[in-house]
Design a protein around this ligand. Structure first.
Ligand SMILES: [Zn+2]
Length: 132
């Protein structure tokens, strides 16, 4: 097992999002590292992608959980996403759909749906810890 504590993020390849997501998660969950699984428009890929695309993401999440002992993850959508240029309401719906998909995976990991807004601040819009 790797030393240090880890959380997991499914986030965009967009270079503007990497540091804000990493720093927010490190602070929020008091972890040393954030395993970053990047896609071009991850909220779209996970909510509407092919079975193969979704399985590839799940496989990476499983590595983070099993090898790095991650116990919390976030699926992150963001403002001004070039790969997924939909309105904010659609992003929010996709992020919530992603959380529902991850829940079906039964990986026993707390999952947050996160919106990175126009100031690159993280807003939590879904959290499985709040659900029965
Ligand atoms: Zn993006």
């Amino acid at each position: 097992m790797a030393s240090g504590t880890f959380a997991t993020a499914i986030s965009c390849m967009d270079g503007r999002t990497i540091i804000p997501v990493t720093e927010w998660m490190k602070k929020q969950f008091k972890v040393d590292y954030v395993d970053m699984i990047t896609e071009a428009g991850p909220d779209k890929t996970l909510s509407q992608g092919t079975a193969e695309q979704i399985a590839a993401i799940r496989q990476k999440v499983a590595i983070s959980i099993n090898k790095h002992n991650s116990r919390v993850m976030a699926i992150v959508g963001h403002h001004d996403c070039a790969a997924n240029p939909v309105d904010k309401e659609t992003h929010f719906q996709q992020i919530k759909d992603c959380c529902a998909i991850i829940k079906i995976w039964e990986l026993m990991i707390r999952t947050l749906g996160v919106w990175l807004n126009e100031k690159w601040d993280a807003e939590v819009i879904d959290d499985t810890a709040d659900q029965p």
